[in-house]
Design a protein around this ligand. Structure first.
Ligand code: ZN
Ligand code: ZN
Length: 76
């Protein structure tokens, strides 16, 4: 990852969530500690549903600080 383009997150909690990496669970959808997923495709955020699959609920506000999150679907 180029260090020149550092994405900005709303708060420390969000940073630690989206950058969370777990040695036990290489797939974040398998890790109970990982609550938030950021889509690599469009940058939107979702709350991971730990049902054994890869489901998540799209969220438009940060659960921790309440900041509005980017929703690509809002564009245009
Ligand atoms: Zn936040
Ligand atoms: Zn884990």
């Amino acid at each position: 990852m180029p260090s020149s383009s550092n994405p900005t997150y709303c708060c420390e909690q969000m940073v630690s969530q989206v950058t969370h990496s777990c040695e036990t669970h290489p797939d974040p959808f398998h890790c109970p500690d990982t609550l938030v997923h950021q889509s690599v495709n469009n940058g939107t955020y979702g709350l991971i549903i730990h049902d054994g699959g890869s489901s998540f609920i799209s969220i438009s506000f940060c659960p921790w600080c309440g900041s509005k999150l980017p929703l690509i679907s809002d564009a245009n």
